[in-house]
Design a binder for this molecule. Structure first.
Ligand code: ADP
Ligand code: ZN
Ligand code: ZN
Length: 762
């Protein structure tokens, strides 16, 4: 038997798979096994990505693996890792590294432990089933495993070869009481008593929650369920719906993955899953030690934990019989990895769910246009559990008629009127948008009054400083014009030292303007200010109430959780911070939310600017007025009449997304077109541009539209040049970029350059 092994090396040039001959005990390895193999005069760790009867190499040229690791990866995940490598134009080794047990990464020097041998035998129940596997609703591999065992106990490795049944298949048969698994070298394990925790919480679901839950459970039973979008305002009880859907998946003998943005920022959500499902839950987060991470991985791999809660990397959890993937706060930017492979966990989840027949549920109060367009939508229109007030309005399980799935023609987008009742009816706070043009100082009169009221009544407020608003841009003091890129519909960023404004999207640049070309005014403002300054002004305004500052500097020093705890513990005060303060915390006593410089995001060079601005305001509004005292939100903006802000003030995300889709269709932006960015860099000027030109020519030769190359600003002392591919046809565009980059990267003429490819840049 021949194993096709992909070596785990960071080198882009070294491409497997390479053939190795399997003899003796190693004949038992399968796809997903991890082997230590000789490679030249080195030893490398590798993953088996395929098996074959014979090799094209002569027998005496075939080496044998040195050992197999104890841990192995499910075959489905090997395929997923290789898919990520292709889809995001990375290397097989880097794609596979994502699915390996924690700590095994792309190194070769990790401790190797012998593979423990697991033996399986039929229980009396399994024996009594005979050939009735079909009746017991078993999958083909499960049936094959039972058939193979009818002849007597077998090692797991042999079973894997004979019946294609991997560990997790065996574990699920074990759970059904059909077979017994024992470690040959260990005392037999007691069969695990399965309990799915408390059945539901104490709360009775609202009508809207019940309807959403019913729809999800219905799809959970379908063989190839189409994804669902749970579109629920903040506080509408989405988490409770997830919890019960996960319980339903477990009841059906299946496992579930729940992705959350950052556990450090949203400990409450993860906590609720642990509370409900106990040991069934494996929690992955960055604070775990490598050993702890490995142990959680092991528990999932062997069916001991069947629910994974984690950030984006949780999408690669080694769970078998996957029934459900939930992505909470699906709009969150942290689902995109910013280092190679630059994968998007939302796209990976969609792929994995489709491959494994699992249901994908994504949820948000501010869903992405991509999801609204492509997924069937369930709505939770009102907050629940706020106590007083009228109950939620009549609900509707809405399926957008003709919603387009992958490959289907998108429906016409209707730009809705801004409707949606503000506040009371749905338990959401009223939002005032105030214009700052010509305002004296950073705080509007209305904001000052509201903060003063918080001070007098000893309440709590959250003030969100739009970080990007404190980056540099230019505007006209007289007419309000903001300098934009002629090609990209985004704002130009001011680079003071260079004396220029530039587009970070396409690279367009022009000299810093001195005169407004709209109105001729010479009063052109350069923006950019400090956060500590705001902390001081707020402190003076609300004294003696304390101000808690939360931004990335503070977070790095004392930890986000510490700051949030002090704010929570204080009887009154103001939490001031960047985007972080708008994430899913639940502070019932907050009565005022303020967004400073809300439309600053719009001046950021990014076609997602509108979406981000809307989400920011809507999410902050979600933090205010959760308690019985109610609350309000004030949004300060240069232009209060901006579309994103009008919709945010009306809590109208449906209308916002409709307009956004319209705009994106016109500009062929996602989801109507696909963007791929290629950045070539080198330490000396010159090679990066030559390499980018070479890549661009090859891409264009494949008849894929490409813009550039354009020089980018130096970063990390490297000279950079960028190409942007914008195409309606995804697969051919990715293939063209992959071929071009691989060709140029292996050309000796371009050794001085490094290549970074970003598919679906955020
Ligand atoms: P979301 O995730 O949609 O922002 P949560 O799931 O955090 O909302 O729910 C908000 C609050 O409402 C939580 O405190 C939750 O316990 C409570 N809740 C959820 N469902 C119900 C219900 N059916 N009745 C009463 N309270 C509920
Ligand atoms: Zn002007
Ligand atoms: Zn541009």
């Amino acid at each position: 038997m021949i194993a096709k092994v992909e070596p785990l090396t960071p080198a882009r040039a070294l491409r497997g798979p390479f053939d190795y001959r399997l003899v003796g005990a190693l004949e038992a390895v399968g796809v997903g096994s991890m082997l230590v193999v000789p490679f030249g005069n080195r030893r490398l760790l590798g993953v088996v990505v395929g098996l074959a009867e014979r090799s094209e190499l002569r027998d005496d040229r075939l080496a044998q693996p040195l050992a197999a690791l104890e841990a192995d990866v499910p075959e489905t995940l090997v395929r997923l890792g290789l898919w990520v490598a292709r889809e995001y134009v990375s290397t097989p080794a880097r794609g596979l590294a994502l699915v390996l047990p924690p700590g095994t990464g792309t190194g070769a020097t990790k401790p190797v432990r012998p593979k423990r041998s697991l033996r399986a035998s039929l229980t009396p129940l399994g024996e009594s089933l005979g050939g009735e596997g079909v009746a017991a609703r078993l999958g083909p591999r499960q049936r094959a495993a039972l058939d193979a065992l009818a002849g007597g106990a077998l090692g797991a490795a042999a079973l894997s070869r004979r019946a294609g049944a991997d560990h997790s298949t065996l574990r699920s048969l074990e759970r059904r009481g059909l077979l017994r698994l024992e470690h040959a070298a260990e005392p037999p394990r007691r069969p695990r008593v399965e309990g799915v925790g408390a059945p539901g919480g104490a709360v009775a679901l609202t009508a809207a929650q019940s309807a959403a839950l019913r729809a999800m459970i219905e799809r959970l039973g379908a063989p190839r369920p189409a994804p669902l979008l749970l579109h629920g305002v903040t506080g509408s009880g989405k988490t409770e719906v997830y919890l019960r859907t996960v319980a339903a998946a477990l009841d059906r003998g299946r496992s579930a993955i729940v992705l959350v943005p950052e556990i450090a920022l949203t400990p409450q959500t993860a906590g609720r899953f642990v509370e409900r499902f106990g040991d069934e839950v494996a929690v992955m987060h960055s604070r775990l030690s490598r050993r702890e991470r490995y142990d959680e991985w092991w528990r999932m791999r062997h069916g001991e934990a069947r629910v994974c809660i984690g950030p984006r990397s949780g999408v690669f959890a080694p769970l078998a019989d996957l029934g459900l993937i939930v992505i909470d706060e699906e709009h969150d930017g942290s689902y995109k990895q910013e280092a190679d492979p630059r994968y998007d966990a939302r796209a990976v989840a969609e792929r994995r769910a489709a491959e494994e027949g699992a249901l994908l549920v994504v949820g948000s109060a501010t869903p992405r246009p991509e999801s609204v367009l492509r997924y069937d939508r369930l709505e939770l229109p009102a907050r629940c559990g706020t106590g007083e007030g009228p109950g939620p309005p009549p609900f509707e399980v809405e399926r957008i008629a003709g919603a387009a799935g992958p490959g289907r023609e998108p429906p016409p987008v209707e730009v809705g009127e801004v409707v949606g009742a503000t506040g009371p009816g749905r338990g959401l706070p009223p939002v005032d948008v105030v214009g700052m043009l010509g305002a004296a100082g950073p705080l509007h009169e209305l904001t000052r009054e509201a903060l003063d009221e918080v001070r007098r009544r000893r309440e709590k407020a959250i003030v969100l400083l739009n970080r990007r608003g404190w980056s540099n841009f230019m505007s006209c003091r007289v007419c309000g014009r903001v300098w934009e890129c002629p090609d990209c519909d985004v704002t130009l960023v001011l680079h003071r030292e260079a004396g220029a404004v530039a587009c970070h999207h396409c690279g367009h640049r022009e000299p810093m303007p001195r005169v407004c070309s709209e109105c001729g005014s010479v009063s052109v403002a350069r923006h950019g200010a400090g956060t500590e300054q705001m902390e001081r002004s707020l402190g003076e305004l609300v004294a003696p109430l304390p101000v808690f500052r939360l931004d990335s500097d503070v977070a790095a020093a004392s930890g986000v959780a510490a700051v949030l705890r002090s704010f929570e513990a204080a009887p009154a005060g103001v939490l001031l911070g960047t985007q972080m303060v708008a994430k899913g915390h639940d502070f019932p006593e907050v009565t005022l939310g303020v967004v400073l410089d809300a439309d600053a995001t719009l001046r950021f060079p990014d076609f997602r600017a509108e979406e981000r601005t809307f989400a920011l305001v809507a999410q902050l509004a979600g933090r205010s007025g959760r308690g019985s005292r109610g609350g309000r939100v004030i949004v300060q903006a240069l232009d209060p009449d901006t579309r994103a802000l009008r919709h945010a003030a009306a809590h109208d995300s449906t209308g916002f997304v409709a307009g956004e889709l319209e705009r994106r269709r016109e500009l062929a932006y996602p989801p109507f077109g696909h963007l791929i960015r290629v950045v070539c860099s080198s330490s000396d000027p010159g090679p990066e541009l030559a390499a980018a030109r070479a890549v661009g020519e090859l891409v264009a030769a494949a008849r894929v539209p490409v813009l550039g190359p354009v020089p980018l600003f130096r970063r990390n002392a490297r000279h950079r040049a960028q190409l942007v591919v914008r195409s309606p046809d995804r697969a051919p565009a990715i293939a063209a970029v992959r071929n071009a980059v691989e060709t140029v990267a292996s050309d000796r003429a371009h050794v001085a350059s490094i290549f970074a490819v970003d598919v679906d840049p955020q």
